[in-house]
Design a protein around this ligand. Structure first.
Ligand SMILES: *[C@@H]1O[C@H](CO)[C@@H](O)[C@H](O)[C@H]1NC(C)=O
Length: 414
């Protein structure tokens, strides 16, 4: 395990940084997730050495070397970064050995990998569900492509090839071109219609249909697309197939009247409604369908349960033409609601895991606050906001069934 350095010397590290590629785990001694990562990190180091990778694996106590940590923009722990020349790449994926190794190999290699033959192209196409390819010789577009690739390689691979590498089934209207192969077909980047190359790559880097979890949803947020999710029941696989197959065939149906606007959507399914419920701070039924606007946090739900493709199409077009009512959003009211919602779920989870601790943590201060409010309200009886606050607290107490407890605390503290 000689490659697993503890980067104790800032100078040694900064000197060797220029030639080498480093994969660094910035950790803090007190952080639980960092401890969890430790054995995985050792395996990553061992595996990369074994495979002869040029990537050197290290870790650094970000609290002891806070200067270095802040120079690299470390904001939380653990933070995994790949340092290559002057560039630092953030790792945001799941913290598993295979994912981290895949990331290191991808980012440490060239930003654009060239595909010399048809066989090579076919082989790579089979292995990647989404494949970006530059076709043509040297050009300003290629420079642009390389620039975008060196930034977005954290998410996906970028390839280049000459035209004769492509099979006959692919026809390009002009050369050079940037093409993405996915969903069994391909799309060409159009400078005039698609905006900047990097925003196009960001939008196109997902298959049109995906199983969605919290992490994917967070990533999808960067595409600015509408995300249509079939919320399915994990215990009822028949329902799952029905709704998600429905969504799936909808987006693969080339003849669908909405085919053009279909590319505004990202489709997928999510098992269970827990995540969605906390996201929208409400309750979606299972199974059902929900459309999230990732650019303004609004969401749409059908007025009636969707049972067939016809109704699904009608729902999608009502969202697109703006006739469906939008909920949520990122306005000030929603933000206040979010703070209250988060506070409430924290309180609930403390009570659920340890009722006694909950009573002690919240009952005592609430009792004191209630007394203070009582004092203020009787002094200035027209202060409505204080009254509302006090009512709010009382509701919460009743829901948890801790009223007597609070009473007891009040009497003991008074
Ligand atoms: C999604 O949000 C963006 C940004 O606010 C807005 O321009 C767009 O019209 C919204 N899409 C829908 C379907 O509401």
């Amino acid at each position: 395990m000689q490659i697993l350095f503890v980067l104790s010397s800032l100078f040694r590290f900064k000197d060797s940084r220029m030639e080498d590629v480093w994969l660094v785990d910035f950790y803090a001694p007190w952080c639980g997730y960092c401890k969890k990562l430790e054995p995985i990190w050792k395996e990553v180091g061992a595996e990369l050495t074994r495979s002869g990778s040029p990537v050197r694996v290290g870790k650094m106590d970000g609290t002891a070397y806070s200067g270095v940590a802040s120079e690299f923009g470390v904001r939380g722990y653990p933070t995994i970064k790949l340092l290559k020349g002057e560039l630092a790449y953030n790792y945001k994926g799941p913290r598993t050995k295979d994912d981290i190794i895949e990331f290191a190999n991808r980012v440490a290699g060239p930003a654009v990998r060239s595909l010399p033959s048809r066989q090579m192209f076919e082989h790579v196409l089979k292995r990647h569900s989404v494949l970006f390819l530059y076709v043509g010789g040297e050009s300003p577009l290629k420079e642009k492509y390389t620039e975008v690739a060196s930034e977005l390689i954290v998410y996906t691979y970028f390839f280049s090839a000459s035209e004769d590498v492509l099979p006959e089934s692919v026809t390009l209207h002009e050369l050079p071109s940037v093409v993405v192969f996915k969903d069994g077909t391909y799309f060409t980047y159009d400078e005039y219609e698609d905006g900047s190359l990097s925003s196009w790559v960001n939008r196109e880097r997902f298959q049109s249909y995906l199983p969605i979890d919290g992490f994917t949803l967070y990533e999808l947020g960067e595409t600015g697309k509408l995300v249509a999710i079939a919320v399915t029941d994990e215990r009822d696989p028949t329902e799952r197939t029905a709704l998600s197959v429905c969504t799936q065939c909808f987006c693969n149906d080339q003849k669908s009247s909405l085919m053009l606007s279909c590319r505004d959507f990202q489709f997928g399914h999510m098992e269970g409604n827990d995540y969605i419920n906390s996201l929208i701070m409400g309750e979606v039924s299972v199974p059902s369908i929900i459309i999230l606007n990732t650019s303004n946090e609004q969401y749409f739900v059908p007025a009636e349960p969707v049972e067939d493709l016809e109704q699904l199409l009608r729902f999608f077009s009502s969202v697109l033409d703006g006739s469906a009512p939008a909920f949520g959003g990122d306005g000030i009211f929603q933000r206040i609601k979010r703070v209250a919602y988060d506070a409430r779920s924290t309180i609930m989870s403390v009570f659920r895991s340890s009722p006694l601790l909950g009573c002690f943590l919240f009952g005592l201060p609430l009792g004191v606050i209630s007394l203070m409010c009582y004092g203020i309200c009787t002094a200035e009886s027209d202060d409505d906001t204080e009254l509302m606050k006090r009512d709010g607290f009382t509701d919460e107490e009743e829901e948890e069934g801790e009223e007597e407890e609070q009473g007891a605390k009040i009497s003991s503290s008074s």
